[in-house]
Design a protein. Structure first.
Length: 240
């Protein structure tokens, strides 16, 4: 739990022993960390609304707080991953682009679109859908770390956590998240689980593409999976 908190949030918690067995548990707990983060962000959004803030202003601050609480690592991973994939290069050449400190045009557009879409979605949603959005985004990390998904590099965060989480554990946690998503849209018990399924389906496609182009996952790819999962869950929950 400590490793999951210190990896996925800004909280300065000592991680203790760090090895692949511990990483497997930590990445399996990612959805729980997402749920806790979602509760905090949903509470912030509701509090701002209660104070009279316009819906979009409250939503924008909520998205900014989400980036702050995660040190912006997932958004940074999204930008780096999109830049690498958008370069049409493969293997080491694409990985080298991911390591560069600057952000290219593909990454800028991805960041801007993601932040705008998340804010607009939050402005149209209540507190529980926000919790589900952030939970599903971190479930995407567990999915990306399941056994059988290789690491693109021999070192780094990706190598530590790649292919560590048992598939059965991912399926079990996903079932809990799907059940929790049922009340996300009043009168439409199917829409919440559908939103999670759509998000995870897109994440699987991204993982397949990254495995083919990059050779596997990296820490940046995990961040991209988290943002993609959160954003698509929120979008699907807004549909009527």
């Amino acid at each position: 739990m400590r490793l999951a908190v210190t990896t996925l949030t800004v909280l300065p918690v000592r991680g203790g022993r760090v090895d692949r067995p511990v990483a497997a548990v930590a990445m399996g707990l990612a959805p729980l960390i997402g749920a806790l983060l979602g509760v905090v962000l949903a509470g912030l959004n509701e509090g701002l609304r209660a104070l009279g803030a316009p819906l979009l202003v409250a939503a924008g601050i909520t998205v900014a707080a989400g980036a702050l609480f995660t040190r912006g690592l997932h958004l940074d991973g999204l930008a780096d991953t999109v830049d690498a994939l958008g370069s049409y290069r493969s293997g080491p050449a694409a990985l080298e682009i991911m390591k560069k400190p600057d952000i290219g045009p593909f990454g800028v557009v991805a960041l801007a679109a993601t932040v705008l879409i998340q804010a607009a979605s939050i402005a149209a949603l209540g507190w529980w859908p926000i919790v589900i959005g952030w939970t599903a985004g971190r479930l995407a990390i567990s999915l990306a770390c399941r056994r059988g998904v290789p690491s693109a590099r021999p070192g780094g965060l990706g190598a530590m956590v790649a292919s560590t989480v048992p598939t059965l554990a991912v399926v079990s946690v996903a079932a809990v998240v799907l059940a929790a998503a049922i009340p996300a849209v009043p009168g439409r018990p199917w829409q919440g689980p559908l939103a999670v399924v759509v998000a995870l389906g897109a994440v699987l496609l991204l993982l397949r593409h990254c495995t083919r182009r990059l050779g596997g996952v990296t820490g940046d790819v995990l961040g991209a999976c988290a943002e993609l999962g959160t954003t698509l869950t929120l979008i699907t929950l807004t549909l009527r």
